[in-house]
Design a protein around this ligand. Structure first.
Ligand code: NAD
Length: 306
């Protein structure tokens, strides 16, 4: 049994990571400041059954006495990050992560950092391996890449033991309300129209949340210090294909309207997961159809119940 801290523990992925660690018998302390990026009531529901302390990592101290490892998932997520919201991204991503890395380096504790496929931007290689040149096209991706560099700098200057995971579009129960599948589920549930950015031909390596959680725990327990891994789903699908799948699973039809392209959104992501498969034996196991079925059953029941 180990003692772990999970930051962002009231969030979509962090809450399910904390539960999986707890179910495996570990001692888990969650940290989250319940930002208002989306309804705090959802975060309260996510955090039920977990010990989540209200700490704002951008200016409060992270206590690490007796802790064996930190999963750092707290962040301002979402690629729509140009304009007035930019200082929030700097504060919740760069500033908060710098303080987490500083604390972990001082305490000699491993940190697994949740980075993003957004650091690749419009890359030239698909599927994209970890050594592709990063060319983020959103301020969000730029802050995440900055955090990766910070982790490396703390590694060489102060011996920080950091492992970086680049998640590719994670989905499943509790997905954030701003994310694509969640918006589709909400529109299918309420019968409203659905606005899709661009043609809908954009494609993603969609990753089921349970698979992302397994990769994250494996990275803490077995990765080499300094390792960087893609964590991506096995099947790439376009937005329109995914909508068709959700329509079939729900037995409902969606009234889709097309709007202009969203700035900062890439046209394609595709994860090369051979590195993490070789190093940790991790592979995505959940098909898009099974994952979406679980997500629809959650979205149609839990969210509707409030
Ligand atoms: N969901 C995805 O598809 C995806 C893809 C790539 C990377 N990621 C990364 O994975 C992590 C988790 O994402 P998520 O989708 O679960 O997001 P989320 O917004 O549901 O969770 C993030 C949590 O961090 C908390 N937080 C933000 N700033 C904080 C601060 N200063 N101090 C304490 N808590 C703070 C928020 O309140 C929130 O509950 C993030 O780092 C995100 O950038 C997510």
């Amino acid at each position: 049994m180990s003692r772990y801290v999970v930051t962002g523990a009231a969030g979509f992925i962090g809450s399910q990571l904390a539960e999986a660690l707890q179910d495996a018998g570990h001692d888990v302390t969650g940290v989250d400041c319940f930002t208002d990026f989306y309804d705090a009531a959802e975060k309260e529901r996510n955090a039920r059954g977990l010990d989540v302390r209200r700490v704002d990592l951008a200016d409060e101290q992270l206590e690490l006495d007796g802790v064996d490892g930190v999963f750092h998932l707290a962040a301002q997520a979402g690629v729509r990050s140009f304009g007035d919201v930019f200082p929030t991204y700097v504060r919740r991503n760069l500033l908060a992560s710098q303080r987490v890395f500083e604390a972990c380096a001082q305490a000699g504790v491993r940190v697994v950092f949740a980075s993003s496929s957004s650091i690749y931007g419009e890359t030239e290689t698909y599927p994209t391996p970890e050594d592709a040149e990063p060319r983020p096209i959103s301020p969000y991706g730029i802050t995440k890449l900055g955090c990766e560099h910070l982790a490396r700098a703390y590694g060489s200057a102060f011996g920080l033991d950091a492992v970086v995971l680049r998640y590719f579009t994670v989905y499943g129960p509790r997905q954030r309300p701003d994310m694509f599948f969640r918006r589709v589920c909400d529109a299918l549930r309420t019968g409203g129209s659905f606005e899709i950015f661009g043609s809908g031909e954009q494609s993603r390596s969609f990753t089921y949340v349970g698979d992302a959680v397994d990769a994250t725990i494996a990275a803490m327990q077995r990765a080499e210090p300094g390792a960087v891994f893609n964590v991506g789903g096995g099947e790439e699908a376009s937005m329109l294909e995914a909508i068709a799948l959700l329509e079939r699973l729900s037995g409902r039809a969606l009234d889709v309207r097309h709007t202009g392209n969203a700035k900062g959104d890439v046209s394609r992501t595709s994860a090369d997961v051979s590195r993490i498969a070789a190093a940790l034996g991790w592979r995505p196991r959940t098909s898009l159809e099974d994952g979406l079925a679980r997500m629809w059953s959650w979205a149609s029941a839990t969210v509707a119940a409030g």
